[in-house]
Every structure is written in C-alpha cells, then in structure tokens.
Write a protein that binds this ligand. Structure first.
Ligand code: GTP
Ligand code: MG
Length: 474
C-alpha cells in the first residue's frame, strides 16, 4: 500500500506528466481545440479499444443525506458513467458523519477500496461528491488508479458532446479552471525528487510553466468568449422587443424535442445526458406574434453553479427570457427531486423570479394516468404533454398565448404622416387587430407590451401618437 503524501513517484503520475510535456511541446494549445487540450490528460475515459472498468463511491452523511438517497445518486452517476463510455463493476458506500480531509472516505476504507480495485482490475474510481485536489491526489496514490469526482466526469461528457465552437470554448475553459488547482499533483513528485534545499527542481519550474500556460490559455479563452458574447449581445439587441421564452429543465427531460416540435427545427435529440450544450434560439409564431424560443443546457444534481455560469449562452438566454418553460420528465422515478434541483439551480443563477409554466412531458410513458389529475391540482400553471408524440401541444400553445396576452394591452396609435417602415415595425412587434387609413395617416389597434409602446413613442415622436376613443372596425 502506498502511504499518503510520501512524495514517492507513482507510475501513473509520470505517465500523465509525460503526456503533458508531449502535449505542450507538440501543440501550444491551439484555438478551440478541446480534444488536445491538457485538460484531456486528466479526463477519465480515453481508450477507444475497450470499455473502462469503474467503481463508484457514494458517501451517505446522516441525517442530512441517507443511504437510500445516496443509492439514487449513484444510479444517476452510473448513467453518467455509461454516457462517458465506462462500465460500472461495483458501487461502494461508506457512511460518514465527518469527511476525512486526506482521503474523503477514511484511510481504512481507502485501503479496502484499493483491494477491490485489484480484485476487479479496475481502471477508474469515481466519487459522487466533489473531491479536493489533495484528496484526489492521495486517493490516486493509494489506489494506483485514476480517481475523479462527479464534476470531472460531467466535464468529460461535456468535452465529448461539445460540437459548436462556442460550446467547445466554454467546455475547455471550464476544464482548465477545474485543472488549475490540480496541476500540482502531476509535478510535485518531480520537484521533490530533483529539487535541492531552497532550490527549484525541474519539476517545480515545470509546474510554474504549466500553470502560466494554463492561465494564459484561460485568459485567451475568456477573451474569445467575450467576443462571442459581444456578437450575441448585438443579436439580442436587434430582437430586444420580441418576446423570449427559454426551455429549462433536468437533462434528458425532452427540451430539445419540444423545441423541435414548437418551431419545426431539427435540433439534436438523444437519449443521453447532456446532449445539448449550447443554447439554440429558434423563432415561432403564436397568434400573429413572433416569439423566440431558446433551448438550453440541462441541469443535474450536484452540478456546480460555476459550471452553469461557464455556459454563458445558456445563462444569458435564461436570465433574459420573459418567461420559462420548465420541462419535466413525468415518467422519471425521481421526478420530484429533479424539479427541486432545477428550481434550486435557477435560484443559484438568479433566475428564480421569472414566470414559469411547468410542462410535464412524456405523458405517453405514464403507467398510471391518475398521476396527471393529482399533479394538475398541485402545480398551478402547468400542462401535460408528450413532445415526442405531439400530444397536447395545442394546450401548451394556448397556455403560452394566455401568458403573452397578460403581458400585452390593447392600445390605439396614429402614424402620421404614413410611414411604412414604422408600420412594419408594429407588425413585427405586436398583434395588430385593425389597421386603416384616414386623411391624417394610419390608425391601428394592437396588443402591445407597455415597455415596447413607450420605446416606440419615444423613438418616433414626429410620426407616432397614441389616440383614445377611435372605434375598431373589426
Ligand atoms: N416517450 C417519450 N420520449 C420522449 C418524449 N420527449 C422526449 N423524449 C425522449 O427523451 C430523450 C431526451 O430528449 P431530448 O429532447 O434530447 O432531451 P433534453 O432535455 O434536450 O436533454 P439534454 O439536452 O441532454 O439535457 C430522447 O430519447 C427523446 O426521444 C416524450 O414525450 N415521450
Ligand atoms: Mg437537449
């Protein structure tokens, strides 16, 4: 058994360190290259030839977290592991009142875990909880295997699923930020081995070089994201008066399927966790109004808020939406907890005050339709649909329309002298009931949002006036 923190060199660290040297010599971090970034050297599953064998570790901490709850969490961790290409051989539980700062599970349990890893020829051990860099390093030494936590695993899945340039950039940034405090473990042994008293060993110099390289790359990626954001901001400005809806929800709930059916798009839909990594915005018409709908990254329990925040595009779409459609997989055994996780995450990113329509999806999979009656009483402003089968979509559209109507008030304007550019702006932004020409210009009745009306009146003071008492012709 390798003792904790003894400074000895373990073969896996040397391998990882070499990969890092080879990498940094070969490619000085190309723009938006997720595949070759140094973060990949720490990600769990890279072998294409065979599935990697995995042990999962859950740590119940009564009374706050009971064993049954940890078991559920490990089921989901198993699903995440499969998504990343690993096969779970065993799940291990260790109840603890207090977490061990050196090994998380305690030295005795870690030794037991090491024996099991040997017995089953395990490649990787995955903890459901976040490990500190020190705990991760100590455990890797004791077990002689890769040890990662849920966040590391999720990052690996993100890296595999990132397709667009924005998603790749965001994932690489999140990976490097995760990697930075963990860099020491790759090089500490080398500095101990070769460094003299008060002198720097080559390893230590290398750590500094690597840290600097990673920090430089982080700044470059941040600048690149800022440019992407700037572009998106300009796009958003051009559509600022159009109503915006964001689809939010637990991963795999059916958000992308719903976006496709609402807007006639062809966004990727997969029975996988985190199929969507970049916000996609599509237009649809409700009544005569144009509405923009955004698909966003799914939430999951124990997803660190800083990871959500690193997905700026999702964050912005959610924060700037006029209201949210919270898509819930009604057939999921842990539906209630998933709802809570989504609500908590919305709170963490500051979007908990947005109006929400709860959309219970996948009703076609319900074994007991009575669930609908029970839930419709408990969840006001909700609707029950199947996005995949197209069931009750009309009902959802009606609910969205009612929400829009509440935001719009009927008002009457005169455009004088007549100006077709201004008229088409009205057509773009509101629902026009009636429009006619008189000797002074164009008179129109429309449903318009008060803020939009205020802005238009300010922008066109010489052509636009609000009038009262003009009767509608329709
Ligand atoms: N039976 C059934 N399956 C559905 C329904 N809606 C979506 N699905 C399936 O659920 C899976 C996930 O759907 P997605 O639309 O990719 O879910 P998502 O919420 O976008 O997932 P992420 O992007 O991974 O967070 C896919 O296999 C869909 O075919 C439904 O109404 N009924
Ligand atoms: Mg999706």
């Amino acid at each position: 058994m390798t003792p904790i923190n003894d400074g000895s060199i373990d073969p896996m660290e040397i391998r990882q360190a070499r990969e890092m040297i080879v990498h940094s010599e070969r490619s000085p971090m190309r723009e938006s290259s997720t595949q070759d970034s140094p973060a990949r050297t720490l990600t769990p599953f890279r072998s294409a030839e065979r599935e990697e064998t995995v042990i999962l570790v859950g740590v119940p901490r009564p009374p706050a977290q009971r064993l049954a709850e940890t078991e559920e969490h490990l089921e989901e961790l198993e699903q995440l592991t499969r998504t990343a290409g690993g096969v779970v051989v065993e799940k291990i539980f260790q109840t603890r009142i207090k977490i061990d700062p050196a090994t998380f599970i305690g030295k005795g349990k870690a030794e037991d875990l090491a024996r099991r890893c040997e017995e089953h020829d395990i490649d990787t051990v995955i903890f459901d909880d976040d490990l500190s860099p020190v705990q991760q390093r100590n455990l890797e030494r004791m077990l002689g295997r890769k040890v990662i936590d849920r966040t590391g695993l999720i990052l690996d899945i993100f890296a595999r699923h990132a397709r667009t340039d924005t998603a790749k950039t965001q994932v690489e940034l999140a990976q490097l930020e995760y990697l930075l405090p963990r860099l020491t473990r790759l090089w500490a042994h080398l500095s101990k081995q070769y460094g003299g008293i008060r002198t720097k060993g080559p390893g230590e110099t290398q750590i500094e070089t690597d840290r600097r390289m990673v920090r430089d790359r982080i700044s470059r990626l941040k600048r690149k994201l800022e440019r992407i954001e700037q572009r998106r901001r300009t796009q958003r400005k051009s559509r600022r008066d159009i109503v915006r809806i964001a689809l939010v929800g637990y991963t795999n709930a059916g958000k992308s399927t719903l976006l496709n059916i609402l807007t006639g798009s062809d966004v990727l839909v997969e029975d996988k966790l985190f199929a969507t990594l970049d916000a996609t915005v599509r237009a649809m018409e409700i009544g005569k109004r144009k509405v923009l709908v955004a698909d966003t990254i799914g939430f999951i329990r124990k997803l660190p808020p800083r990871l959500v925040v690193s997905f700026h595009s999702t964050l912005e779409e959610v924060l700037e939406a006029d209201f949210l459609l919270h898509v819930v997989d009604i057939s999921h055994p842990h539906m209630q907890e998933q709802i809570e996780v989504v609500r908590r995450t919305l709170k963490e990113i500051g979007a908990d005050r947005k109006p929400v329509i709860t959309v219970f999806n996948k009703i076609d999979l319900l074994p007991r339709p009575e669930m609908i009656t029970a839930l419709s009483g408990a969840e006001a402003g909700s609707v029950f649909i199947s996005a995949a089968r197209g069931i009750n979509i009309r009902e959802l559209l009606d609910l969205i329309r009612r929400n829009l109507d509440e935001r719009h008030v009927e008002r009457c304007f005169r455009i004088s002298p007549p100006d077709y550019r201004l008229l088409s702006e009205f057509h773009r932004l509101c629902d026009i009931h009636d429009e006619r020409f008189d000797e002074n210009g164009i008179v129109l009745h429309c449903d318009i949002e008060p803020a939009v009306a205020g802005r238009m009146l300010k922008e066109w003071p010489d052509r636009l006036t609000e009038i009262d008492g003009e009767p509608r012709t329709t």
